[in-house]
Design a protein around this ligand. Structure first.
Ligand code: AMP
Length: 373
């Protein structure tokens, strides 16, 4: 079976690494200018056809499908993909997740509307298009807030925290025009958790134990699972959220939901229609990794167990040099993405496994100190 992936970054790499043992073959569609270093040796790297901007959608889809060597199924490794092309590819092969789900996640405004629509809770927010609307929204929501552009914002990019009237004034004097943005009340969360869920083509679903995440400057730094203190109430909210989201999206594959826990209440922050950085620990910590389960789901194969033995964690390598010699311990596993190092760039991660949460947390803290202090 051949899998076509739109994108050729580390998530595509890790999907291919999980798929090879199952006999799957891969084609990757690179964005213009992407060298495809992450997926070198793991499949066929395809570029957009020359003059693709002037091709009709149906000829573009046909050419992409042919140059990807007629994959049986096409999937994505990121949400910033041309959804119209994805939709057009459906006339050639299966496309999972459904492009409509990808579209929902491409724009924070649409995403929040979807979250609201399924009856899930989130931080109070308003969508704005002008500086005046932004000022009014801040007044209504009250400070502190966080401003996030609806598109082109990830890993803390295109986000501004406003704590005071002075911050607001400075923001407004710097931004005479603004792109469509969400102004969100900043919530005082006790924890950030993410849910890595999977839904098979036959509708069966599975969930990994909730992951607890630590972000620095809007970028994931480390995670561990199972998250601490998931009591009955939180577990019920998580299950309810899963039903609501899957019940309203015709979804196949892995889906990640990032949440805040505020006074024991689950608030949804965002959705990712793909395998997710906060699920990397599943490579060693779960019976089946998120990458393998995504492939199993989109290939209509039986899902693998999402159970864990003990606990697991992950430290992201952001803009730091690391090698196997330095990273490896008896319970530590090194994953490198074959990328050059640039400030804050995700170039790899280290997974840890342990029997006891306390031991794992102490080791994570120690490792973070060694890498970043
Ligand atoms: P996002 O790009 O929406 O995932 O935001 C990146 C990070 O910023 C989150 O993981 C949080 O640590 C922080 N953040 C985002 N939105 C809020 C909010 N409404 N209140 C508090 N912190 C937030």
């Amino acid at each position: 079976m051949r899998i076509g992936i739109l994108g050729c970054g580390q998530l595509a790499r890790m999907m291919a690494l999980a798929g090879w043992p199952m006999g799957l073959h891969f084609s990757f569609l690179a964005d213009p200018g992407d060298t495809g270093d992450c997926v070198k040796g793991l499949g066929d790297l395809i570029e957009y056809p020359e003059g693709h901007e002037s091709l009709s959608l149906s000829s573009l889809a046909e050419q992409v499908y042919e140059s990807m060597l007629r994959p049986d199924v096409i999937t994505v490794e990121k949400e910033s993909v041309p959804v119209a092309l994805l939709e057009a590819l459906k006339s050639h092969c299966s496309v999972y997740p459904d492009p409509k789900a990808v579209r929902v996640c491409q724009n924070r405004g649409c995403e929040k509307e979807f979250i609201e629509g399924v009856g899930a809770s989130m931080a109070p927010k308003l969508v704005v298009n002008t500086p005046d609307e932004l000022a009014t929204a801040v007044k209504e929501l009250t400070l502190p807030v966080i401003v996030k552009t609806c598109e082109d914002g990830y890993d803390g990019l295109n986000q501004w925290k406003l704590d005071s009237d002075d911050d607001l004034e400075a923001f407004l004097s710097e931004h005479k025009e603004i792109a469509e943005s969400v102004v969100e009340k900043r919530v005082d969360f006790s924890r950030e958790i993410s849910l890595i869920l999977v839904r098979a083509a036959d509708g069966r679903t599975a969930a990994y134990p909730p992951t607890q995440n630590w972000h620095e400057g809007g970028i994931l730094r480390a995670s561990f699972a199972p998250a601490e203190a998931v009591d009955e109430s939180l577990a019920t909210q998580i299950e309810d959220l899963k039903e609501r989201v899957f019940g309203n999206l015709n979804y196949v594959g892995v889906l990640a939901i990032e949440c805040f826990v505020v006074d024991g209440k689950l608030l949804v922050n965002e959705l990712a229609p793909r395998v997710h950085n906060s699920g990397h620990w599943t490579q060693q910590g779960a019976h089946t990794s998120q990458f393998e389960n995504h492939l199993r789901a989109i290939c209509n194969l039986p899902l693998g167990s999402t159970a864990v033995s003990g606990c697991a964690g992950m430290v992201n390598l952001l803009g730091v040099e690391m090698d196997a010699q330095k990273a490896l311990r008896p319970n530590a596993f090194f994953h490198t993405y074959n990328k050059s190092v640039r400030p804050n760039r995700k170039v790899g991660h280290i997974n840890l496994v342990a029997e006891e949460a306390q031991v794992l947390r102490a080791q994570l803290t120690e490792m973070l100190g060694e890498i970043y202090d």
